[in-house]
Design a protein around this ligand. Structure first.
Ligand SMILES: [Cu+2]
Length: 486
């Protein structure tokens, strides 16, 4: 009886799953999958191309949404010609798109992800920031999906995973930079952030602001010999300077996600402040505001943006230097924000937001120092003097303990520190205590400086990695293994 009941439920789940898969993958073998537009059907090539014209309305990527606790999705990885930023270029794509679908799930859901590799190199998929198993066919970055192969990822999310913005991308060492720069990155949203907002704001308009850039070589997006400082085209969801509409006084939720391979963004919205409600998909305990937000490679912020007086303003990335051995990123306009229409009455934002775990008084099981360094030429990168070796265990930590790590930067450029599987709390930057309002999975490490973080290893054992999320650095060695043991 019991097994039959289970089988019936399984069959029902599969029927539902197939329904989702059909809608989710409808364009997979259609002829328009190279068109790159995010409108998801009916648009055709010209409409999709039109959306890529500078000044067109911002298009959110197509969304694949879980139903009844399950999302089944298929990603076809192939080199395809896409419409991007008003141009037609060859790119490395998921499902033929420069900006692939957003995967939207809820805590407690399951994601079944089939990845077909039609490239001539191996690849894999990492779900950045998600607290899931790093082993087996879950978030296992040691998987190689060889050309012509299909791999089935299966992720069971805990009911306690945090709402916010995550992302997925290739983690195929040492080709991560090439594949992500080529186009292989997209957004993942875990629903639930809006529940902490006042009732009148729970249905506000939201946008994925996927920060992706590309360099061009001939008729292709450049994937070889990437120089971080070379001229690059910065896009939002693959669009050049799109228009974002808002009403005066209206709050919108923008999901700022640096899903580029290598570069930093320092976002600024003229005349307005960002109200941060989550960082790296960790909801804040108190909303904080910022004139500008440094978004290091791999980092995300969920922010509330309020429409200003009627008129046009610019969403910009400000000039930023990552150090004398790093890169000088110029100021650029990313989007035009048009405030128009009937004004929306003011709404007071709450003083407190979400519950937050605080590791300030945690008992520490270990203290470690991890030194990030590079050679004088800036083409070899090290953690504790060693380049990455997947067969070596660099750090072994115990499940259900908290450790304090000092991440020291012995180079003359910043690095974007990222740990898989568990979020951490930033404790200090260059010796100055940091007033954390959330956890993070990514933190910028100042040149010739250091950060101190506390990691809590929860729920999952297994082998995973931590690394610099400037993927050129990761590919050239700045990654290490972490094994979480019982
Ligand atoms: Cu780095």
């Amino acid at each position: 009886m019991r097994s039959r009941f289970t089988l019936t439920r399984l069959a029902a789940a599969l029927v539902l799953a197939c329904a989702v898969a059909v809608s989710g993958c409808a364009s997979r073998d259609g002829t328009d999958i190279g068109s790159g537009g995010g409108s998801g059907g009916g648009g055709g090539r010209s409409a999709a191309a039109q959306a890529q014209t500078p000044g067109a309305p911002l298009q959110d990527p197509e969304e694949w949404v879980s139903r009844n606790g399950l999302l089944r999705a298929r990603l076809d990885v192939s080199r395809r010609q896409v419409d991007v930023a008003g141009r037609k270029l060859w790119a490395l794509t998921y499902n033929g798109r420069y900006m692939p679908p957003t995967l939207r799930i809820r805590p407690g859901d399951k994601l079944e992800l089939e990845v077909r590799n039609r490239l001539d190199k191996y690849t894999n998929v990492h779900v950045h920031g998600l607290h899931v198993s790093p082993s087996g066919n879950a978030d296992n970055v040691f998987v190689h999906i060889h050309p012509g192969e299909t791999f089935h990822y299966s992720y069971q999310f805990l009911k306690t995973i945090e709402p916010g913005t995550y992302w997925y991308h290739s983690h195929a060492h040492p080709m991560s930079a090439a594949q992500v720069a080529g186009g292989m990155s997209g957004a993942i949203i875990v629903d639930g952030l809006k529940q902490y907002l006042p009732p009148s704001l729970r249905n506000i308009t939201e946008h994925v602001i996927g920060l992706k850039d590309f360099q061009v070589q001939g008729d292709s997006i450049k994937t070889k010999d990437l120089h971080i400082g070379s001229a690059t085209t910065r896009t939002i969801n693959g669009q050049l300077k799109p228009v974002i509409r808002i009403r005066p006084g209206e709050y919108q939720l923008w999901r700022l996600a640096n899903i580029s391979a290598n570069i930093y963004y320092k976002l600024h919205l003229e005349g307005q402040k960002f109200q941060v409600i989550a960082q790296d998909a960790s909801p804040v305990d108190r909303i904080w505001s910022a004139d500008s937000l440094l978004i290091a490679a791999g980092a995300r912020y969920d922010v509330l943006v309020r429409g200003g007086p009627a008129g046009r303003t610019q969403l910009q990335t400000l000039a930023y230097s990552t150090g004398s051995a790093g890169n000088q990123f110029p100021k650029e306009q990313l989007a035009t924000v048009v405030s128009e229409g009937a004004a929306v009455p003011p709404v007071e934002l709450p003083a407190t937001f979400a519950p937050r775990e605080d590791l300030d008084n945690a008992t520490l099981a270990a203290r470690r120092t991890l030194v990030f360094s590079e050679n004088a030429a800036g083409d070899k990168f090290y953690i504790n003097g060693k380049q990455f070796d997947m067969d070596r265990i660099d750090v072994r930590s115990r499940l259900n303990t908290v450790e304090e790590w000092t991440v020291r930067n012995d180079s003359d450029e910043e690095h974007s520190f990222h740990v898989h599987t568990n979020h951490f709390q930033l404790m200090s930057v260059n010796g100055r205590p940091y007033d954390a309002r959330s956890m993070q999975d990514t933190a910028n490490v100042p040149a010739r400086g250091q950060i101190v973080i506390r990691n809590k290893f929860s729920d999952y054992t297994g082998k995973t990695v931590f690394h610099c999320h400037i993927l050129n650095h990761e590919d050239e060695g700045m990654m290490a293994t972490l094994e979480i043991v019982k």
